[in-house]
Ligand binder design. Structure first.
Ligand code: PEP
Length: 250
C-alpha cells in the first residue's frame, strides 16, 4: 500500500521570514495528520529557517533543484551534499519551469536523478506534455520518453525511492486542471513504463498529479488508486489552503 504524498513547490516565493511564518502556521494545522507524507520545498535561502521551524513536525523539507556535481567551480549552483547536510529528504528535479526557462534537458534531469539517489536524496521527477503535444495526441509518448530518460541507469532497488510528478504543462498555474480520468490514464501509462524498466517497481513507485490542485479538487484525484498524491504550486503558498489539500487526503 503506497502512502499518499503531498508536496508543496513554493517556486520563487516567500522570503526566509515569510517561509518560517508559513510553516509555523502549517505545522499546527496538520499536527493530527499521520497517514499522509507531507513536504514543503522552499527556495534554497529559506531552507534553514524552514528546517529549524519544522524540527518537531512530521512535515519534510525538500529542495526545488540541485546540481549533479559534488563541489567545484559552478557559480550559483547547489550540491546534493549541501542539501543532505541540512537534513533535506527530497529534491524536485526537472520541473517544467526549469526545463522551459533554464533549458534543462532530459540528460541533465537523468544526471541529477542519479546523483540525488547516490547521495541519499529522494527525487521528485516532473514530467508532462505541452498543450500542443496534448492536442496532437502525443501525451503518452512524451511522458514515456521523459520517464525512460529520467530513470536510465537507475538501479532497480532505487526506483521506488523516486516519486514521479505527472504535471501537464497547460495545467500548471493556470487554474485549469486535467480531468481525474485523464490524469489517472496518463499515470497508468507511466506505471506501464516503470514496469518495463523494472518489473514490480510500478507497484511501489509513487506517482503524483500536479496542475492547479486545490482543496476543492484534490479528492477527485486522490480517490483514484493510481494517483498517490499531488505536487502543489499555488495552493501551497498559504497554510490554510495547503493544509486543506493535505487533510482531504487522509
Ligand atoms: C507546480 O508548479 O508544480 C504546480 C503544480 O503548480 P500549480 O499547483 O500552481 O498549478
Amino acid at each position: 500500500m503506497r502512502r499518499p504524498f503531498i508536496a508543496g513547490n513554493w517556486k520563487m516565493n516567500k522570503t526566509p521570514s515569510e517561509a518560517r511564518e508559513l510553516v509555523g502556521e502549517l505545522k499546527d494545522m496538520v499536527s493530527d495528520v499521520d497517514d499522509v507524507d507531507m513536504a514543503v520545498c522552499p527556495t534554497f535561502v529559506a531552507v534553514p529557517a524552514v528546517v529549524d521551524e519544522l524540527e518537531d513536525s512530521d512535515i519534510m523539507v525538500g529542495a526545488q533543484n540541485m546540481y549533479w556535481k559534488d563541489s567545484g567551480s559552478f557559480t550559483g549552483e547547489v550540491s546534493p551534499q549541501m542539501l543532505t547536510d541540512l537534513d533535506l529528504e527530497h529534491v524536485i528535479i526537472g520541473h517544467s519551469e526549469r526545463r522551459e526557462y533554464f533549458h534543462e534537458t532530459d540528460r541533465e534531469v537523468n544526471m541529477k536523478v542519479r546523483k540525488a539517489l547516490e547521495k541519499g536524496l529522494k527525487p521528485i521527477v516532473c514530467v508532462g506534455e505541452s498543450l500542443e503535444e496534448r492536442e496532437e495526441g502525443r501525451t503518452e509518448e512524451k511522458v514515456a520518453f521523459q520517464v525512460w530518460s529520467a530513470l536510465s541507469g537507475v538501479a532497480d532497488e532505487d526506483i521506488p525511492e523516486v516519486t514521479i510528478a505527472y504535471e501537464p504543462l497547460w495545467a500548471i498555474g493556470t487554474g485549469e486542471s486535467a480531468s481525474p480520468e485523464e490524469a489517472a490514464s496518463t499515470i497508468d501509462s507511466i506505471r506501464d513504463i516503470v514496469e518495463d524498466i523494472s518489473p514490480g517497481a510500478e507497484e511501489k513507485i509513487r506517482i503524483q498529479y500536479g496542475g492547479s490542485v486545490k482543496p476543492h479538487n484534490i479528492e477527485d484525484f486522490i480517490s483514484r488508486t493510481t494517483i498517490d498524491g499531488a505536487l502543489v504550486g499555488g495552493a501551497s503558498l498559504t497554510a490554510e489552503s495547503f493544509a486543506g489539500v493535505i487533510k482531504k487526503c487522509q
